[in-house]
Design a protein around this ligand. Structure first.
Ligand SMILES: Cc1cc2nc3c(=O)[nH]c(=O)nc-3n(C[C@H](O)[C@H](O)[C@H](O)COP(=O)(O)O)c2cc1C
Length: 340
């Protein structure tokens, strides 16, 4: 893998950070979620939820770009299909401090299709290449793509190499491939994450065909051990979505030593304690406790006290006036159970 020159704010090369990334997930990977994930791994690359270029450029929704400096390295995922509008949205993202701009070519929802972006872009690789070129001409941070292996009746063996070749020629050096098709009619977005079969071997063949492209694999990867196995087999990166959200400690706590050879295994209890001042700061700005704690429910998944933790937070965090002391109390219960 040839080294890509882009640097992020932490001065860590992104191609290295991208050995493990947490997927963009609408309504899930908001700034609070990313802050938590960053406490579990200092190294993994974190992605925002998709933000649409029209919302930023025409709607002026710049609040969607707010994030904490601690989240770096963090990539902004954009949805859109108009090269000029995407270039302007990328400029706003770079100005807001994001380390990377990623174009969504994988989301199959109706809302996204009607805007002619997301997975439907797999059918127009020339347009994607134009979008990549326009963004690259406008920003200095790296421009990357997240795609599927194809849509509907497309033949992935044919369309994927064509797609990758075109975006590579437009200057994209890093791509994440969700290793299944999206079916644009008849399946909900949720079904489109489970029903179309996964074809991991195709992603490996793409790496062999495009050795200079940094390729991350995505889809159905559930553990850190599995992630490591893909890296050992020659892929450049692994993106984990649902498992990282539902069992963040299992996926992220040992990531730094095991994937990057740095640091030590982090401790979910320690992360909770470090969340307390963050929670206080966000509440003082008007956030509600459950907007933050909803991302923390899976922190102790599979460990003693997990159910009680989840129950205390989900029942208590919606109450008026609920604050960090609830989180502290729930943690004390988990730690008592663990010590018993
Ligand atoms: C709730 C949810 C929201 C998602 N939103 C996005 C999104 O905004 N952009 C995107 O590219 N993919 C989105 N995805 C897809 C994930 O990024 C990922 O490709 C998919 O979940 C497969 O990975 P996994 O099996 O590790 O979860 C979303 C997935 C979920 C579960």
């Amino acid at each position: 893998m040839s080294e890509v020159s882009s640097k992020n704010k932490g001065n860590k090369p992104l191609w290295r950070s991208a050995r493990l990334s947490v997927a963009p997930m609408m309504d899930w990977t908001d700034r609070h979620c990313r802050y938590l994930h960053r406490l579990l791994s200092r190294e993994a690359l974190l992605y925002t939820e998709m933000v649409t270029a029209p919302a930023l450029v025409r709607g002026g929704a710049l609040h969607l770009l707010e994030f904490s400096a601690e989240e770096h390295p963090v990539a902004l995922q954009l949805g859109g299909s108009d090269p000029e509008e995407l270039a302007e949205a990328a400029r706003l993202g770079e100005q807001a401090g994001y380390d990377e701009i990623n174009l969504n070519c994988g989301c199959p929802s109706d809302r996204v299709q009607s805007g002619a972006f997301g997975a439907v872009l797999m059918q127009t690789p020339e347009l994607v290449a134009d979008c990549v070129s326009a963004m690259r001409e406008t920003v200095e941070v790296e421009v990357t793509v997240k795609c599927r292996i194809g849509v509907d009746e497309q033949e992935p063996e044919e369309v994927l190499p064509d797609f990758l070749g075109k975006i590579r020629d437009a200057g994209c050096r890093r791509v994440t491939i969700h290793a299944r098709k999206a079916w644009l009619q008849g399946l909900s977005p949720k079904e489109n994450r489970d029903i179309p079969p996964l074809d991991y071997d195709l992603v490996h063949r793409m790496k062999a065909a495009f050795p200079d492209l940094h390729i991350s694999i995505n889809g159905g990867i559930a553990t850190l051990a599995e992630a490591k196995a893909y890296l050992d087999r020659g892929l450049d990166g692994v993106m984990v979505g649902r498992a990282a959200y539902h069992q963040p400690a299992d996926v992220l706590c040992a990531a730094d030593p095991e994937i990057y050879g740095t640091g030590t295994v982090s401790d979910p209890g320690g992360a909770v304690r470090q969340m307390l001042p963050y929670i206080e700061a966000r509440l003082s700005e008007g956030a509600k406790l459950n907007q933050i704690t909803r991302h923390m429910l899976g922190l102790f998944a599979g460990k003693p006290g997990a159910r009680q933790w989840r129950r205390m937070l989900s029942e208590g965090a919606c109450r008026t006036g609920a604050g960090p002391e609830l989180v502290q109390e729930a943690l004390a219960q988990v730690e008592t159970r663990a010590a018993a």
